[in-house]
Design a protein around this ligand. Structure first.
Ligand code: AMP
Ligand code: MG
Length: 491
């Protein structure tokens, strides 16, 4: 395997070869205080063949903290627009992130190295171009958590801190995060050229993305419509995974929707503690537009914005037909994932109701979503078993008992053993998720220059399905101070 150094990283900057209207070229603005490494991800480094020993070099935080450039980087800020909270905003773009370059690996893959918090760009509007330590830690850890859970996501190569002050509701310190993805193109990247009536750029963008990421479609006569359907399928599957694991994005604006179906732009996201279908993780989302149970519909809404942006390229009827498959596809995906969470192998018509009723019980009991699903694997189908430990999570025990009878019957139909089922369920129901309060603890320590909790969570979340020794406390519900923490868009 090729082992690259910081000096021999290989770049092929295809985005920089697109028309100038797509971006603004500029270099990161260094912090005035020297940047220092807070954490780096060896697995992410491996995606660009970077030797893990390179992460320890003093040049590493300089390079990925905005103070230096590597040979071959061609930094630029990407243009995009998008619908924010339902309203079209004609110009957004990378206001505080810079695409340093596209690093290639020996498998021929290309990975965007995107430096978040890199200073002002022509798209900064009123912002300062910076990211605070708090929000970069949240992004860094959640990328790890999502990857550990098997949910498509952008990656985070490293977290670099600085003592530079950044002003939000209070004075904080700045940090930079290197985000990696095969592409950072968003729904909003298409929207900007549609609304500007720059249809030649729209076509260039669509061809570029299809050639790089949807190659089998390249020669299809209706390639743009088929491209749309593929994006739609990836988006529906992604959101089904969010719903199954109990995660809310918080700001599903179309500029935060990856064209590759990745979870991206981590802001005021949240894993649910106690189950609440109407969970709103974003303190600034007063109307609950992006509440947990709205996410599947918002996914469709966002896809309809993308469909509109593709109207100059694809047949309207084909795009409409694409949109029509979203709901059934989402429901099928969600049901498949939920069956696995319940340990069900076969498909039965009444599964939907069994699942829904269980969620209703969770909601009525304010029971912890992650803990109860993990404990569900201990469910015994033996005659007379009361499943006492599980039962205790529910306020209405009679209703739980009624449900348990149905579940037992359903499991017995499958003719498998409790032990075997338990193993399967524990591979889909995580023991650990990045609860808000856990991230908050890591943040508060890091604000005092103690980065040990970031490392502990990073290690833990790599493997959320395995019980890890000495980490029992991380699987517990939040302490009182850590329940319903307010997280806003401020980052
Ligand atoms: P976000 O809510 O992080 O997805 O950002 C929405 C838009 O605001 C994007 O165009 C960002 O680049 C921009 N933005 C967010 N924070 C800042 C900041 N501190 N400085 C400049 N632009 C920002
Ligand atoms: Mg964004």
């Amino acid at each position: 395997m090729t082992r690259r150094t910081l000096e021999t990283l290989s770049f092929d900057n295809t985005y920089a070869r697109l028309p100038q209207a797509f971006y603004a070229r500029l270099n990161p603005t260094p912090f005035s205080a020297p940047p220092y490494l807070i954490h780096a991800d060896r697995a992410a480094a491996g995606l660009v063949d970077l030797d893990p020993a390179q992460l320890m070099r003093p040049e590493f935080p300089a390079l990925f903290g905005g103070s230096a450039l590597a040979t071959g980087m061609e930094p630029l800020a990407m243009l995009y627009s998008g619908h924010q909270f339902g309203v079209y905003v004609p110009q957004l773009g990378d206001g505080r992130a810079i695409l340093l370059g596209e690093a290639t690996n020996e498998r021929g893959e290309r990975w965007d190295l995107h430096l978040k918090g890199a200073g002002m760009t022509p798209f900064s509007r009123d912002g300062d171009g910076r990211a605070v330590l708090r929000s970069t830690i949240r992004e860094y850890l959640c990328c790890t958590a999502m990857r550990g859970l098997g949910i498509p996501t952008t990656q985070a190569l490293c977290l670099v801190g600085s003592d530079d002050k950044v002003y939000r509701e209070q004075v904080e310190t700045g940090a930079m995060l290197v985000r990696m993805a095969p592409s950072h193109v968003r729904f909003g990247t298409f929207e900007v050229f549609y609304y500007r009536k720059q249809h030649e750029h729209l076509k260039t963008l669509a061809d570029y993305i299809i050639d790089q990421h949807f190659l089998p479609l390249r020669d299809a006569g209706d390639k743009y419509a088929r491209f749309f359907v593929e994006v739609l399928e990836r988006t529906a599957k992604l959101i089904a995974q969010w719903q199954a694991v109990g995660w809310a994005h918080g700001v599903m604006n179309t500029d935060n929707m990856s064209i590759l179906g990745l979870t991206m732009d981590y802001g005021p996201y949240g894993f649910m503690d106690d189950y609440d279908a109407g969970f709103i993780c974003n303190h600034s989302d007063h109307n609950g537009r992006y509440a947990f149970n709205q996410q599947p519909y918002i996914g469709l809404w966002n896809l309809s914005c993308l469909a509109q942006a593709l109207l100059p390229l694809a047949e309207k009827d084909a795009l409409k037909a694409g949109l029509e498959i979203y709901q059934p596809l989402f429901e099928r995906e969600y049901l498949t994932l939920m069956r696995k969470k319940f340990g069900l192998v076969a498909e039965q018509a009444e599964d939907d109701e069994l699942i829904r009723d269980f969620l209703g019980l969770l909601q009525g009991s304010h029971a912890d979503y992650t803990i109860v699903f993990r404990e569900l694997s201990t469910f015994s189908t033996v005659d007379g078993a009361t499943n006492e430990q599980l039962r205790e999570h529910f306020l209405n025990r009679d209703r739980f008992d009624e449900w348990a009878v149905r579940y037992r019957e359903r499991l017995r139909h499958e003719c498998n053993h409790d032990d075997e089922r338990r193993g399967r369920m524990n591979r889909v129901n995580p023991r650990y998720v990045l609860r808000n309060y856990l991230a908050q603890t890591a943040i508060e320590k890091a604000q005092n220059k103690d980065f040990s909790e970031i490392d502990r969570l990073f290690t833990l979340l790599q493997d959320p399905f395995t019980d890890q020794q000495g980490m029992e406390a991380y699987a517990l519900p939040p302490p009182n101070w850590g329940k319903h923490l307010a997280v806003s868009c401020s980052s």
